[in-house]
Design a protein around this ligand. Structure first.
Ligand SMILES: Cc1ncc(COP(=O)(O)O)c(C=O)c1O
Length: 384
């Protein structure tokens, strides 16, 4: 049996050691420029990300949550010619996501409609979207959960046939693609988060909206500066939601490594896959283009918490993303539920995310695999 190794769920220290020179230089330049509000660093980042995503417009904002909210407000202004959606306007999304997805829907004035997920991908099931559409439906928010693309061909087709917008929640999937396009550029717009744990993470809060729609981009740009179209003259009720220059500087230093780091995440995932694939009762994530912001396995509901404790006791920072579907939260008690949410409810009880980052060492991955194998063996042979 190997000696105990402590492996946190998120460890950014190694990444900083690797990037230190570039990050420190960017911070120094930022201090030198003293352009704190939408300064050169923000413009440079927006322009580099635009090129990378092949999105005509990118708008740096204060967080991924704001990227969702400002996108929705911009869509309401564009589509309905109203500042906010009204309570009858329905936006279809998944209940198996971070709170911010549906929070933004409510704050934009609309009603979230939760539909069930595909139990293999944990992403929204397009068949359920179809069933939830009615005359009040205005749009769909697919979330590319854990770094894996939603089924964008089907979702795009449904949106087209029913004249609905698509806002992609790309918070967990910066750099991932689908059919030759980067995620976040397939729908009307994409909302990215640069929260520190994401595949491109800042050292605080930051986010970005990407779109190819000029009108949408110009509304979002107005909303991020208090709704002002000219200095001290507001057209809309807006936000103070600018991407911070210092965060942009840090992101510039990290940005050039995003593909390399995502490739390293995929390498870790392959190693996990090879080490765990023969264990019965565990579902592994595995799909083309997945960039593994999180490596999330599914166990049996009655063993998940025991496995979590076993791994945590062994020093492994396994975690649950997410222990409750949004449909179970008091905040969303007035949201609408279409059909049953059995797969989402089951996922909340049986998922377990293993530590993953580009700098995870082979011996650490081997240790995690070993501990899962030991746990599985102790539990009725291998059928956990
Ligand atoms: C799926 C999803 N949507 C939205 C967000 C919100 O992003 P942020 O934390 O940058 O506001 C997050 C990040 O935590 C997320 O995981």
């Amino acid at each position: 049996m190997s000696k105990k190794i402590n492996i946190p769920s998120l460890d950014l220290k190694r990444e900083y050691a690797f990037l230190k020179k570039g990050i420190n230089r960017q911070i120094k330049d930022c201090l030198g420029s003293q352009q704190w509000i939408l300064g050169t660093q923000v413009k440079e980042l927006e322009s580099k990300v635009s090129k990378y995503l092949k999105a005509k417009y990118t708008i740096g904002v204060a967080s991924g949550t704001d990227a969702l909210l400002l996108s929705l407000r911009s869509l309401a202004i564009q589509i309905k010619n109203k500042e906010y959606f009204n309570g009858d306007d329905e936006i279809i999304t998944t209940p198996f996501t971070f709170v911010a997805t549906a929070e933004a829907i409510v704050r934009s004035g609309a009603k979230p409609v939760f539909v069930d997920i595909n139990p293999k991908s944990f992403n929204i099931n397009p068949e359920n979207i179809k069933r939830a559409i009615n005359k009040n439906t205005v749009g769909i928010i697919p979330v590319h959960l854990f770094g894996r693309s939603s089924e964008m061909n089907e979702i795009s087709q449904i949106a087209k046939e029913n004249n609905l917008f698509i806002l992609e929640d790309v918070a967990q999937a910066f750099g991932a693609g689908f059919n030759g396009k980067k995620l976040g550029t397939i729908g009307n717009c994409g909302a990215f988060s640069f929260f520190p744990s994401k595949t491109l993470g800042s050292y605080g809060d930051a986010g970005l909206i990407a779109t190819n729609d000029e009108q949408l981009a110009s509304i979002a740009k107005i909303l991020r500066v208090h709704g002002q179209t000219a200095q001290y003259n507001a057209k809309y009720i807006g936000y103070n939601s600018r991407l911070d220059s210092m965060q942009a500087a840090i992101l510039l230093a990290k940005f050039k490594y995003v593909d390399k780091f995502n490739g390293l995440r995929q390498k870790v995932a392959r190693k996990y896959h090879n080490g765990l694939k023969d264990i019965k009762g565990i579902q592994l994530p595995n799909s083309y283009g997945h960039i593994y912001n999180l490596y999330t396995i599914k166990t049996k509901a009655d063993t998940r918490d025991k496995m979590l404790k076993f791994l945590n006791d062994a020093g492994i920072g396994a975690r649950i993303y997410y222990p409750f579907g949004l449909n179970k939260m008091e905040a969303f008690r007035t949201a609408k539920i279409s059909g049953n949410l059995d797969n989402a409810d089951k996922a909340a009880k049986s998922v377990l995310s293993l530590p993953i980052n580009p700098f995870l060492k082979d011996k650490e991955i081997d240790y995690i695999i070993e501990k899962i194998r030991v746990f599985s063996k102790e539990r009725a042979g291998s059928a956990i």
